[in-house]
Design a protein around this ligand. Structure first.
Ligand SMILES: CN1CCC[C@H](Cn2ccc3ccc(-c4n[nH]c(N)c4C#N)cc32)C1
Length: 243
């Protein structure tokens, strides 16, 4: 997968040289390009923003630098079948979920555009949506100062789903949100710690009982913490295969 990021803070993404994404880059599973939007300005002050039409507080990101930069990035990718997905973090976007991560993990080219200030001139989204795939995506219902934190989270969530990135693919199956439910609690040695014992079923060696206990824990935790994730009554959704 090729990932391109367009931002006025390219240094923000130096952390992607380490950890899981860093290893995936070294092994060639992920190819990353970080681009400075200011490299696509041509005035003395490298201006990327201006006052909003219609008035209001704050500044809006000018369309010209975005157009020049995105044209260059898209051209550099060559002509793939469907073209890149242009992803713009936005509080007004669709909610980013594990389903979104799975969808995007199957794409060969992702281009992330990190807005700042009060956001990017709407015509940038309109222009590229006319000929390609543009997605405004929100990390959640709270306001950040820009798109960089959201892109970092999305790249981690997407990157770990790319085959070969996570050492043991089994660990991707039984985790929160993968089957629609929250994950079960985990324990390791010692068997007792400060008077807290590991649930005996987990040390029983009875794999059927362990699986049943874990499923029950998922359902209990999900109904207590995130009832909105519970599948409708009598539905197949969220059911394990064969349930
Ligand atoms: C007061 N204003 C309101 C509009 C947005 C302004 C800051 N900003 C500029 C670009 C930009 C991109 C994403 C996000 C963002 N906020 N919350 C999320 N879940 C996001 C995501 N993904 C925020 C952003 C602040």
């Amino acid at each position: 997968m090729r990932i391109d990021i367009l931002t006025i803070f390219p240094e923000f993404f130096s952390v992607l040289d380490v950890s899981l994404v860093g290893k995936a880059r070294q092994s060639g599973l992920i190819d990353l390009g970080v681009h400075n939007l200011r490299d696509h300005t041509h005035d003395r002050h490298n201006t990327v923003d201006d006052t909003p039409y219609g008035g209001g507080a704050g500044m809006v990101m000018k369309p010209e630098p975005w157009g020049e930069a995105l044209d260059e990035i898209i051209a550099s990718l060559g002509t793939t079948d469907a073209g890149p997905v242009l992803i713009f973090p936005s509080p007004a976007g669709e909610l980013f979920t594990q389903k979104t991560a799975r969808e995007l993990a199957g794409e060969p080219n992702l281009v992330f555009g990190c807005g700042r200030y009060e956001g990017i001139d709407q015509r940038v989204f309109d222009h590229y949506a006319a000929t390609g795939r543009v997605r405004l995506i929100s990390l959640g219902d709270y306001v950040l100062n820009g798109g960089e934190v959201a892109v970092m989270a999305m790249i981690e969530a997407i990157g770990r789903l790319i085959p070969g990135v996570v050492g043991n693919p089994e660990s991707l199956v039984e985790e929160s949100h993968e089957d629609g439910l929250l994950e079960y609690p985990s324990y390791t040695k010692p068997p007792s710690w400060r008077g807290h014992d590991v649930p005996p079923v987990l040390r029983s060696g009875n794999h059927g009982a362990i699986a049943a206990w874990r499923r029950e824990q998922q359902l209990e935790r999900t109904s207590r913490v995130r009832p909105d994730l519970l599948p409708p009554a009598n539905s197949e959704a969220g059911a394990k295969p064969g349930e």
